[in-house]
Design a binder for this molecule. Sequence first.
Ligand SMILES: NC(=O)c1ccc[n+]([C@@H]2O[C@H](COP(=O)([O-])OP(=O)(O)OC[C@H]3O[C@@H](n4cnc5c(N)ncnc54)[C@H](OP(=O)(O)O)[C@@H]3O)[C@@H](O)[C@H]2O)c1
Length: 345
Amino acid sequence: MAPSTTKQWSVTGTEKGFDGLELIDAAIPKVGDNDVLIKLHAASLNYRDLIIPKGQYPFPANFPIVPASDGAGEVVEVGAKVSRWKKGDKVVTLFNQGHQYGPVNFSVMGTGLGGALDGALRQYGVFNENGLVRAPANLSHVEASTLSCAALTSWNALYGLKPLKPGETVLVQGTGGVSIFALQFAKAAGAKVIATTSSKEKEETLKKLGADHVINYKEDPNWGETAKKLTTNGAGVDHVIEVGGANTLEQSLVAIKFEGVISIIGFLGGGKVQSSILECLTHICTTRGVYVGSKALMEDMVAAIEANDIHPVVDKEVFDFEKTKEAYEYMWQQKHFGKLVIKIE
Ligand SMILES: NC(=O)c1ccc[n+]([C@@H]2O[C@H](COP(=O)([O-])OP(=O)(O)OC[C@H]3O[C@@H](n4cnc5c(N)ncnc54)[C@H](OP(=O)(O)O)[C@@H]3O)[C@@H](O)[C@H]2O)c1
């Protein structure tokens, strides 16, 4: 029989930072006709999860909220009218529960897990059947729990507007979740990858993951120019996965090829950029804001993960559910490489 209560983390507000995270017992809501009850086995963290309790997230959040958009688990109960799932199916959460297919729209923005709606850091959760995606068959729960946000965002950057072609070049910045997924997807597509990092140790790991060139962005502040020189005829890169914001966009504009796409994804280096939008004209490129992605895109991504047997890069530290606050702190200090996962018993 399905349980009636669940342990769950709750973000109570923005006043206390990570101390605003509390582990509580809560009642499991009734499973509606179109709902499924999931036993969550793992959740992974994104930068967004860290800045929500710190009050730095630029979109509205509802408090108290169960944090984390990314989770993986198993169906334990289905509502009377559910047709997509049966007991025992392995699933992952869809970031924006309302984003089923096509372009993002305003109403979808209010359906993000871990911000607007309760997320994955709980033992059990009730979700609408359309808010879940089949987990890739080649992945463990720990691996599958990394796909909802960073992976889908990278996939959307590479395939959502101007699909990446074999032989093209992708520039990825730093070694966070988004960038490492972009590296893996680009290599699986037969593209070349130029990666940047601030860390000597991480240079080797990036090469092992298939990066064709690695540039240390601390040692080489003109890394955009260096990246451009590494491309065929010095023409520039076809795609930039732009996660830095301030200090990186200038270099991304230097690195981009005519008609290339800079996907504006994050602002790890700050939000106040010096570049002018007019530089898209002087560099004849597209800059595109990317906001995660739809279920349709996520299903394409799952198929590609299975076909290419891609395994997400999970940090060596996998945290226990009770140690969630330590996981937040570890990630805040940028000690992680790839995705940081929390196991849920
Ligand atoms: N728009 C969307 O839908 C969406 C979705 C997911 C994430 N995001 C955003 O994308 C960004 C990256 O997310 P993530 O989850 O990949 O983050 P993450 O895992 O926390 O990435 C951390 C890594 O980024 C690199 N980094 C930090 N500051 C940098 C800078 N100034 N320039 C270049 N690299 C830098 C560092 O790599 P090294 O240690 O190798 O230097 C660091 O280890 C965040 O701003 C996040 O909010 C947006």
